[in-house]
Write a protein that binds this ligand. Sequence first.
Ligand SMILES: *Cc1c(COP(=O)(O)O)cnc(C)c1O
Length: 428
Amino acid sequence: MAVTRSLLDRARSAMPGGVSSPVRAFGGVRGEPPFVARGSGATITDVEGRTYVDLVCSWGPLILGHAHPAVVDAVLRAARDGLSFGATCAAEVELAEAVLARFPFCDKVRFVSTGTEAVMSAVRVARGFTGRSRILKFEGCYHGHSDALLVKGGSGLATFGTPSSAGVPKEFTALTDVLPLDDEAALRAYFAERGPELAVAVIEPLPANAGLLVQRREFLALLRELTSACGALLLFDEVISGLRVAPGGMSELTGVVPDLVTLGKIVGGGMPVGAYLAREEIMGQVAPLGPVYQAGTLSGNPVAMAAGLATLRELERPGVYARLDALGAVLQREFERVLAKHEVASTIERVGSILWISMQPGPAPRAYHAIDGRAANLYAELHPRLLAHGLWAAPSYYEVAFVSLAHEEAHLRQAAEALDRSLSELGR
Ligand SMILES: *Cc1c(COP(=O)(O)O)cnc(C)c1O
């Protein structure tokens, strides 16, 4: 562990918390974060030479697994021709067409470099298009770290959003309203009062950043109906679910069609890419065509575009989504067997290759306030043991697990074995 110890010391003295993104610091679990040396397929290996089955998959992008040959080849080929031009490249056009083919209700797409930028920009476009100021989000949904969206909000109906980060003036979030998920009555009351002022309702149609809070289709359909009725737009933030649960994400799975979609994670195949897309009249607002300004020095970067395109091409192979679902089902079955054996009150929530263990009695929660936070304590105890038994699980109870096409049943049985041994060690 000497290499890890020394890197950790240096990391912590050079970077806040030793990380470039907070959850990587393992603040929500016991133990210290390993440093990753490399990844291959379904596994990653740390600097001490220990190999783990990876169920984090870089928090979602790696739907093909680590270092997929087609993606790596595409990146190397693109890199040899130059890393960035600040001009449009052919791969960008191809990726735009490949994305739009999956979201038939959208006519145009703009590439950016992160999911944060995608949602921030899409909200700006929605405000520009409607000429309205107010936005609505839902408790427990994460949309990146732009000021206006860094709001969890209080409880109760239509409370003004209060910032959930220092450094965000409350005036900046005064136009952000927050509602609970899964609550039609709250939705109706809100729209009756504020609908005419609303520019856009933003939602993860499959909320996957606070556990996996699978919504009833009726709730999403009502949100669609109410936004349309008052002239507001509906934005599906599909940064996690898009390209993963189905080629066209949750709009394809549910048949509920939003006005705007944001993508990230998978669309860059492991490189930094985000995107927002919508129909012609909305995207016509974006500069240089319209008055809504949005730009990026590295947007549409040729190497990142090549990685995204190679990933989408692999996802066009027949049977790919059925395979992801089948692998997810294997992991669910294996985990359920282990959790039952140890009599852990729990429910597994899963949509295709996204899975979350709700470690509380009764049905899995559908709203943030229904998550029993005490389960995070058990998870905090469990996590270092999972790592020790070779399972790279998310270092937070609230984060989901991802299965990739590189996972085989043997990897998933290994993951369940790690859970089994860890629970035994805890005397559960
Ligand atoms: C990850 C995520 C984002 C932010 O994307 P970044 O690339 O981390 O900026 C936004 N929305 C959702 C739903 C996400 O899961």
